[in-house]
Design a protein around this ligand. Structure first.
Ligand SMILES: [Zn+2]
Length: 233
């Protein structure tokens, strides 16, 4: 499928990064004061101690983990000219760390914080240093990561870039997402409508397996490693 394609893109989700050992967002559920992570990761929680603790922990988690072989293979395929873009739900930045250049982060990232009022950027370790409010004179806005919280709209620019990539694609590879979160999962439906071939690699069944030409329920790193060997051989 990759060799026959003219414009091949990858869509990635949490399963891509759990193979690095990074805890899944949902697996933090029980740890947070018995509260629902979906409530903590919401706009109305910005500025609360739970919100700050949650994202301080997420940012610190990232420093303890590294991109895995799956991220590295995608970066290699981009350099080799096979892969044109990665559209990711992940906010961990692992694709870029692995060397991928064309990455569209439709749910944002944790590389820095921004002021909710004046949009000034602050270093990602600001929470750890006790900086929780904007220091601009008379601003005092809350700091937050530039990510899409539950109930928030996607960034229209990154979303339209993602849609354009899928419209150009004649082959898409879906990695590590159960395709339950919309509008992201809608990209796979769009790919089907525009006639792209679809491959899904995920440990478990996904909501959109019925749209795929190729489905593999297995570890991403293992399967991509085998495909990479076949491409190289
Ligand atoms: Zn500010």
């Amino acid at each position: 499928m990759i060799l026959q394609s003219k414009y091949f893109v990858a869509l990635t989700g949490a399963g891509m990064s759990t193979e690095s050992g990074l805890p899944d967002f949902r697996s933090h559920g029980g740890l947070w004061y018995g509260k629902n992570p979906y409530e903590i990761a919401s706009p109305k929680a910005i500025g609360t101690s739970e919100f700050i603790a949650f994202y301080r922990n997420r940012i610190e988690d990232l420093q303890q983990y590294r991109p895995n072989i799956g991220h590295q293979i995608l970066a290699k395929w981009e350099k080799a000219g096979y892969l044109k873009a990665i559209l990711t739900q992940n906010i961990d930045g692992f694709h870029q760390q692995a060397g991928s250049q064309h990455v569209i982060e439709v749910h944002g990232h944790l590389r820095h914080l921004i002021c909710t009022e004046c949009q000034r950027a602050y270093p990602a370790d600001s929470y750890r240093k006790g900086i929780e409010k904007c220091m601009e004179e008379r601003c005092n806005g809350n700091l937050r990561p530039p990510i899409v919280l539950f109930g928030e709209e996607l960034n229209p620019d990154s979303w339209s870039s993602a849609v354009q990539e899928v419209e150009k694609a004649d082959a898409i590879l879906v990695l590590g997402t159960s395709l339950t979160v919309y509008p992201f999962a809608g990209l796979v439906e769009l790919a089907k409508e525009t006639g792209a071939r679809i491959a899904i690699i995920n440990k478990t069944e996904t909501e959109l397996d019925h749209l795929a030409d190729i489905i593999v329920h297995d570890s991403i790193g293992k399967v991509l490693g085998e495909v990479d060997q076949a491409l190289s051989g």
